[in-house]
Design a protein around this ligand. Sequence first.
Ligand code: NAD
Ligand code: WQD
Length: 349
Amino acid sequence: MSKQTVLVTGGAGYIGSHACIELLEAEYQVVVVDNLSNSKPESLRRVERITDKSLQFYEADIRDKQALAAIFNRESITAVMHFAGLKAVGESCAQPLNYYHNNVYGTLVLAEAMSEANVKQLVFSSSATVYGESASVQYAEDFPLGAINPYGRSKFMIEEILRDLSAADSVIGAQSPWKIALLRYFNPIGAHESGLIGEDPNGIPNNLMPYVSQVAIGKLEQLSVFGDDYPTHDGTGVRDYIHVVDLVKGHLKALDVLQSEKFESGGCKAYNLGTGRGYSVLEIIKTFETVTGRKVDYKIAPRRAGDLAECFANPELAYKELGWKAEKNLDDMIADTWNWQCQNPQGYV
Ligand code: NAD
Ligand code: WQD
């Protein structure tokens, strides 16, 4: 027998498409809403091919309240995984209104539509970028927040809105309270082991791993390593890379917990999704070369504005409360990235 129906916003995108696979494989019914502003419907066809199951796709914008209301009317949705949004830090500095409109206003409309449909379980894609400056480079959920660019602030604002929404339940004595998980991702990389779905960035990638793999395959000439004078063990930036399949498994665990007695009286809680260990840019390049047997040509370039030296997760809370921890190692992440890259050198064309 099929489990409940989950609405996946942004389900055609990189992380959302992997979440669809995990949900379908766990026997959930899946409904996707995506405006395809940063994705192609081919990803969803491949999700169906991998799982041999079908999903319901609506091409719509989450800011379109009528479209959302119609979806909630037609489908028996019990929970939402909310991935839809814009995510490029540099672009957000040039187009702040677009980012706040898409991400913040989009989430407001979604939350209103959910409220009207009495669907109050929400798993939200937040980001480690919501953390402010801190004494430790291993971030725990109770560290001070304080994003430094419009993209990060849009995530921070959404978190605040969702915390307020949940807090209002006790003020109004809500019958069915909101149950919300704010999942703060560190650096998702990798792809489904089939190599059929993966990250398909538009134009020149901003993020390290897609850049490295496009250099390795010959699409890009050379990687610029942004700074080698950071106070890290080899001078280059250190991040907590997490396999996208591990990441989406965390979403299913969060959904289980929202539906358990732990959340019986509702709540809104943040969880880090990371491995708890950091790798430097040079370690990534070296491991990439070992795993794939390909050379990654690089040069040392100036630091990128806004970059931290080092940042990784304290993932203990997710382990303790969600029963989740990342299983895949850096070799797996790189092997799966490379498999996707080789099978789809031009992405989803
Ligand atoms: P993505 O761009 O591949 O996926 C986002 C999807 O949302 C796309 O398919 C896009 O078409 C869709 N979308 C955007 N605006 C929409 C709107 N208004 N209405 C409907 N659909 C819309 O990005 P991703 O890497 O899969 O990221 C998913 C979520 O995770 C985002 O919210 C992102 O901010 C968050 N996140 C990503 C990372 C990362 O490094 N990839 C890290 C932390 C958090
Ligand atoms: C990783 C490391 C770079 C590219 C960003 C967003 C963050 C989150 C994930 C959504 C850093 C270095 C990179 C390159 C390089 N997204 N680098 N050359 O900066 O940790 O996080 O993506 O929430 O909000 O800011 O990830 O992959 O861009 O960089 O040397 O061409 O690789 O300096 O040390 P980052 P990244």
